[in-house]
Design a binder for this molecule. Structure first.
Ligand SMILES: *Cc1c(COP(=O)(O)O)cnc(C)c1O
Length: 440
């Protein structure tokens, strides 16, 4: 499967250059492997497919907030995990039904909560204040929304601090090991018989599977405690979050959804015995390996003896890699003017982006065939949190995104996912058309 992935990507990159999808006018493009996305969804569904256990796989919209992608996932039966009014609107625009949407942000406003409860979308309260708001809204207007509580099992950090949701002092959820917290949670459920879900999202890039499983186990044990105290199955659905890490070092898909589900089966067997429905919220692991940034090399120069390729892919499409290069290294392919792998001996060089700050580099001191003006570069594994999560530095436009499928004869078909941001859209978003600020 991973060989296939690389082969399809190579064909798509060549075809994208051949079809002129990158040009002087649009020198950077996001590509998505439509078949690859389908393979990942199928692998996820198979991994968690246990007879008698209803599972709703909700895609974490922030990982790829592109409506045609959400619609593709919805077509496979997936739902959506949303964390803002914009993400909710995107999920709804993609046709995801309300009973497959979960709202999870840490800063939900009253209007947001009201909208979710009106639509019947599941809501996970982040903290006691938010639970009180939900309760007040429900007293006025009943709702079919399932209501859960997010807990932080405080099982510890992974290798990337900014990605670790389950540390002792994480901002997310109710910190379960804090003094009095467990007692508060038990009381909250006892006093609110309509609370019927429990949520944790422990993993992310850099978090080992064992730590993720420990977080799920803590949530499961808490649900058992709530249900025992209630004398009934009050919590009917466990939302185990997402966070499966992705291998950015090769085309191998590791760890797999099956690896994680097997570990959960071993560590938390009760999760799959049919008493609980499950919700998952995977993002990166579904999309990352199916996306590629393709960009033109505008210039190739040298400074202090170091060759530097100045490309059109920088912080605007690879924000995390540029600002935290050690945590988010990306593979970079050197391609020639036809979008084919560039030949030649490896030369240590920097691969820079177009932004006007010195640190705008997507690879530092990387050994690659020497890039020249008119060549291309491809940033691999960028299907999640890269081109879909544009950073508007230097007013660089959001690049176009296309989906590709490769036929049995090798022909590549492209489908639009998002057009490049136009000059007019860019101006409108920067207040053009509004009156000048008046001098006081
Ligand atoms: C970001 C997020 C996810 C998805 O995380 P991935 O690492 O992309 O799988 C799921 N649930 C919640 C609550 C999140 O904040």
């Amino acid at each position: 499967m991973s060989d296939e992935l690389g082969r399809r990507r190579e064909q798509a990159l060549r075809a994208a250059v051949g079809h002129g999808l990158v040009s002087e006018d649009e020198p950077v493009l996001g590509l998505l492997d439509v078949a690859g996305i389908g393979e990942s969804v199928t692998a996820l569904q198979a991994a968690f497919d246990v007879p008698g256990v209803p599972v709703t796989h909700c895609f974490a919209v922030k990982a790829a907030s592109l409506v045609p992608v959400l619609a593709l996932l919805g077509g496979y039966g997936m739902g959506a995990e949303v964390a803002s009014p914009g993400e909710l609107a995107q999920a709804r625009a993609a046709g995801i039904p309300a009973d497959r949407i979960v709202l999870d942000s840490p800063a939900k406003t009253v209007p947001e909560l009201r909208e979710a409860l009106t639509l019947g979308i599941a809501v996970n309260a982040d903290n006691p204040q938010e639970l009180a708001r939900i309760e007040a809204l429900l007293e006025r207007t009943p709702s079919v929304s399932p209501i859960g509580l997010r807990v932080n099992p405080q099982v510890g950090a992974g290798s990337i601090g900014a990605m670790s949701t389950a540390t002792a002092t994480s901002k997310f959820g109710v910190a379960l090991r804090d003094p009095g917290a467990r007692e508060w949670v038990l009381r909250a459920y006892a006093e609110r018989p309509w609370m019927n879900r429990l949520h944790t999202h422990t993993g992310s890039q850099g978090v080992p599977l064992e730590l993720m499983a420990a977080g799920v186990r803590a949530a499961y044990e808490l649900a058992e405690q709530v249900n025992a105290a209630a004398g009934r199955q009050q919590i009917t659905v466990l939302d185990i979050g997402g966070g499966l890490p992705v291998n950015f070092g090769s085309d191998a898909i590791t760890p797999s959804f099956a690896d994680y589900a097997d570990l959960l089966r071993a560590e938390v067997p009760g999760l799959f015995d049919g008493r609980y429905g499950l919700v998952t919220e995977f993002g990166r692991s579904l999309l990352a390996k199916h996306g590629t940034v393709l960009a033109r090399v505008e210039y190739a120069k040298s400074a202090g003896g170091l060759p530097i390729a100045v490309t059109h892919a920088g912080a605007q499409v690879a924000t995390r890699t540029v600002f935290a290069p050690d945590a988010w290294p990306l593979r970079v392919l050197a391609l020639d003017g036809h979008g084919q792998p560039k030949q030649g001996p490896d030369v240590v060089q920097d691969v820079a982006g177009p932004c006007c700050f010195a640190g705008d580099l997507v690879a530092r001191g990387r050994a690659l065939p020497l890039l020249a003006a008119g060549d291309h570069v491809a940033l691999l594994d960028t299907g999640a949190y890269y081109f879909s999560t544009h950073f508007a530095y230097n007013s660089l436009p959001r690049p176009a995104v296309v989906g590709y499928t490769v036929g049995p004869d090798g022909t590549v078909a492209f489908a639009p996912v998002r057009h490049a941001q136009t000059r007019a859209e860019l101006l409108a978003e920067s207040g053009a058309g509004l009156p000048p600020l008046a001098r006081p």
